[in-house]
Ligand binder design. Structure first.
Ligand SMILES: Cc1cc2nc3c(=O)[nH]c(=O)nc-3n(C[C@H](O)[C@H](O)[C@H](O)COP(=O)(O)OP(=O)(O)OC[C@H]3O[C@@H](n4cnc5c(N)ncnc54)[C@H](O)[C@@H]3O)c2cc1C
Length: 465
């Protein structure tokens, strides 16, 4: 007779694995289903951080360990980076203690317990410099797993879950959830097999975001569009950024613009890195990476404006796609490149101006043009103002020779409505992680997994079940 499960978890990423640990510690019968392979079977020749040209991209995003398995595994130990755990906890202390729990668990499975840290003095000075111009420098305690080590940590985590009785069903896609009288009571696999369970957790990650959206539409699960981030990738000579990247490899500056009162942030800094193209359906955007063994003379980072829409258009994805398509048309299918000096003076950059520029572009397949023709005026003004503000902290970052590539767009999953036990509007259906819009990094995804696991336990222990 088939084994009966009390909990089924869709997704073996950090959110799913942490939820499983909570449940297994209380001796609950748990099944994790994932469309990808076991961590060991996920081979990926990494050319540079996170991008592999040698294998099926599903191997990078899917399987045990989820999307983080092939990353260099930087753990941002804060509840308000990569999501905001305070949305689901009653106090700040509770949010911070979740981060601490995630950290301790990773250390137990073999993550190096040394923090990536600069001297407290230098951090203090940078904070003060930023604060003096109204900018928040977010000091993040970070731990670095290392790309050659993430698989080992994930294997250890899985081995522990299995020793506690958790079953894994891999290379199997979940198609649907089972509902009766408005309550969830299991899942349907792609081949039509049904697996009943008292509780189901959706933790399908970014790769499963469209699937989550289809469940939201089909079953009327309450959800809303998450804000979108739109902006540019900034490229300067490394020497300009060294004064901050020596203190923090990925410095996060949070800016509130004075003209539009918009939130702008720096994101994903790549010291001595390269700009790369990113393709989605009908859109070409940009991103940045750095090689382990090959340095460029430049450093790049994303400068992103957060946009939340209300009415009549709430769909931030549609808005982002429209902007992406306009930029694609204007750039002739290539990202648009402009010197800061040209943007400031309202003229397009040309091949000639780019060729004699002090900063040489690391991405060559671009169209020199005018970003102000592709991005909405408000976003362009936010970018100009934010770079001028940052220049007071990082002298030279807003010089005429600074290069701007557009568009850089970060699409996020729809945010599923959950209560503080992370139960959705459908009884016995829980949500966690990036694919349900509740997080955007490893630590936050793991912490939402812990909360969902606890929520499921609470529900299971209610009398009458
Ligand atoms: C290249 C790369 C580098 C990154 N580097 C970092 C970093 O250094 N630090 C950091 O904090 N974050 C990093 N991230 C982000 C981080 O990996 C994610 O935030 C985190 O993995 C999210 O965890 P999750 O459990 O929500 O989802 P995921 O890790 O995405 O896992 C979801 C799992 O669900 C499975 N799944 C989806 N749909 C289905 C379905 N229908 N049926 C069955 N299974 C399904 C998928 O196969 C996947 O394994 C990186 C991401 C990428 C892609």
């Amino acid at each position: 007779m088939a084994k009966k499960y009390e909990a089924v978890i869709v997704g073996a990423g950090p959110a799913g694995m942490f939820a499983a640990l909570e449940l297994a510690q209380e001796k609950r019968k748990v099944l994790i289903v994932d469309r990808g392979k076991d961590a060991n079977a996920r081979s990926c020749r990494m050319e540079y951080a996170g991008v592999c040209y040698k294998c099926d991209p599903c191997n990078i995003l899917c399987g045990v360990g989820g999307a983080g398995t092939f990353s260099d595994g930087t753990l941002n130990l804060r509840p308000d980076i990569g999501g905001n755990l305070r949305d689901y906890t009653q106090t700040d202390e509770e949010a911070w203690s979740l981060v601490e729990e995630v950290d301790k668990t990773f250390i137990r499975y073999g993550v190096n317990d040394q923090l990536v840290a600069a001297s407290a003095d230098k951090i203090e000075q940078l904070k003060r410099r930023a604060a003096s111009v109204g900018v928040n420098f977010v000091d993040i305690k970070q731990r670095h797993i290392g790309s050659d080590f993430t698989q080992k940590v994930i294997n250890e985590f899985k081995r522990d879950l299995e020793s506690r009785g958790v079953d894994f069903l891999l290379e199997t896609r979940v198609r649907d959830i089972l509902l009766r009288d408005g309550r969830c009571h299991g899942i349907v696999l792609e081949d039509g097999r049904r697996i009943p369970a008292a509780s189901v957790l959706l933790a399908p990650g970014r790769v499963g975001a469209n699937w989550t959206n289809s469940l939201v539409d089909q079953h009327g699960i309450k959800a809303k569009y998450a804000p979108i981030d739109i902006g540019v990738r900034v490229e300067v000579q490394s020497i300009v950024m060294d004064c901050v990247t020596d203190i923090n490899r990925d410095p996060k500056f949070h800016i509130r613009t004075s003209e539009h009162d918009d939130f702008v942030r720096t994101f994903c800094t790549n010291r001595r890195g390269y700009i790369v193209k990113e393709r989605y359906d009908g859109i070409v955007g940009v991103n940045g990476h750095s090689f382990r063994d090959k340095d460029s003379p430049n450093t790049n980072f994303a400068l992103l404006v957060t946009i939340d829409l209300t009415e009549p258009l709430e769909n931030t994805t549609t808005y982002g796609e429209c902007i992406g398509r306009l930029a694609y048309t204007l750039g002739g299918g290539k990202p648009i490149l402009q010197r800061m000096g040209d943007l400031r003076r309202g003229r397009r950059s040309t091949d000639h101006r780019i060729a004699r520029n002090t900063v040489q572009n690391t991405l060559k397949d671009v169209t020199p043009g005018d970003i102000a023709m592709a991005l909405p005026h408000r976003i362009v003004m936010d970018i100009l103002e934010s770079l001028d503000t940052l220049d007071k902290i990082i002298p030279g970052v807003a010089s005429d020779s600074t290069l701007l590539y557009a568009p850089e767009i970060k699409f996020y999953a729809m945010k599923v409505h959950v209560n503080r036990h992370l139960e959705t509007s459908i009884e016995n259906l829980f949500a966690a992680g990036d694919g349900t819009g509740l997080s955007r990094d490893i630590v936050n995804a793991s912490a939402t997994g812990i909360l969902a696991g606890r929520g499921m336990l609470k529900k299971m222990s209610k009398p009458g079940r």
